[in-house]
Design a protein around this ligand. Structure first.
Ligand SMILES: [Zn+2]
Length: 365
């Protein structure tokens, strides 16, 4: 059994819009209070955790000034504290991605465990805690399992989505002989040891003009006016379009890699090092490297493939794949081609992909 995510758009009625707005606000409040508390305590030399935040929340609910917190389901409030806990753990483990305060104008979301919603498989209806009616969902795909948790969200452009985690059986793919090494790059999104290239769509660049134009238009409008709000929505829609294209492209790429190969070697920690380099980080964001590794790993788990993660210290780019010698001069990101002392001429990324392939197989064996 695997946990599979299914995401659907839904259309809330007026009552649901109100409840959701209230819930999103309370979730944001619970999360931000806990984050603020944790920061303040940290400066005093105290470490706090989920249990402390949860106690604080219980106290707040007893305070008449915050009684509005009781009007919404307690499940998403608790879940927001769990998310913060996860955020801190991942920050301490990786050293980046310190949890940020949630903003009123960002994407809104609330997560529910199974005690926060009712699912009826016969009627195919989903009802959230505190709501009288089931959500009007556009069922774009079907699933057979039972949802174990879900997240409802509202995008900046005002669309509502529900994303459910469903326990299901997944048929593994037949074993294949082919294996591959993947170098995630800037020029191409990914270069494979078998010669395949996945071109970086450089979506931000493609949409940069559109974005700039929409932003300029917004700057000219009077803040808070109808025209301002309209333009803000237009801008949010462009951002959503970019995010969707990026997601589609990444999914197509990782599915192809998983379908065709039994073992996939990849430098999983590269993301972290590259994001530290500020000049590169815009492009990294563009290419969504962390997401590539995440998708490869869960798809490999579903379909019986193996992702072989290469150490960040492995010199994939500057080692000659023919003789094993390291590049002797000063290594830099600008070097695209180089010639080894043995005479072999290398394209930086293709050479890296071949080395990653070999190292991936060695580690997987
Ligand atoms: Zn060589």
């Amino acid at each position: 059994m695997k946990l599979i995510a299914y995401k659907y758009r839904f259309y809330p009625n007026n009552e649901q819009v109100t409840i959701l707005a209230h819930t999103f606000g309370c979730v944001r409040f619970a999360y931000n209070s806990a984050l603020g508390f944790s920061k303040a305590q940290y400066e005093l030399g105290n470490k706090t955790n989920y249990n402390d935040w949860s106690k604080n929340l219980t106290q707040l609910k007893k305070n008449p000034n915050f009684s509005w917190l009781k009007a919404v389901s307690s499940v998403p409030l608790q879940q927001s504290l769990k998310h913060l806990d996860k955020g801190f753990k991942s920050f301490f483990k990786s050293g980046f991605g310190y949890p940020k305060f949630k903003h009123k104008h960002g994407n809104q979301s609330a997560s529910y465990m199974s005690n926060g919603f009712k699912w009826s498989a016969d009627k195919q209806s989903l009802t959230l805690a505190k709501m009288k009616q089931a959500l009007k969902i556009k069922w774009s795909r079907t699933f057979t399992g039972t949802p174990s948790s879900l997240t409802v969200s509202k995008t900046k452009s005002g669309k509502y989505f529900v994303s459910m985690l469903v326990k299901e059986d997944v048929k593994q793919l037949p074993v294949v002989n082919k294996t591959v090494g993947v170098d995630v790059g800037i020029k191409d999104l990914a270069i494979c040891s078998d010669g395949t290239k996945f071109n970086n769509p450089r979506l931000t660049n493609k949409y940069a003009k559109k974005l700039a134009k929409a932003s300029r238009k917004l700057a000219k409008k009077k803040k808070g006016s109808n025209n301002f709000n309209k333009q803000k929505l237009a801008l949010a829609k462009i951002h959503e379009k970019i995010a969707n294209c990026r997601k589609d492209f990444t999914h197509k790429m990782t599915s192809t890699l998983i379908n065709e190969n039994q073992v996939i070697g990849i430098e999983s920690l590269k993301v972290k090092n590259m994001v530290k380099n500020r000049k590169l980080s815009k492009h990294i964001h563009d290419a969504n490297f962390g997401e590539i590794v995440r998708q490869l790993e869960y798809k490999a788990d579903w379909y019986g493939r193996k992702v072989s993660a290469i150490s960040q210290w492995f010199p994939s780019s500057k080692m000659c794949n023919e003789c094993g010698l390291l590049y002797s001069g000063k290594w830099s990101l600008k070097i695209r081609n180089w010639t080894c002392k043995c005479g072999a001429v290398h394209d930086r990324d293709e050479n890296a992909a071949i080395n990653i392939h070999r190292e991936g197989l060695r580690l997987a064996a």
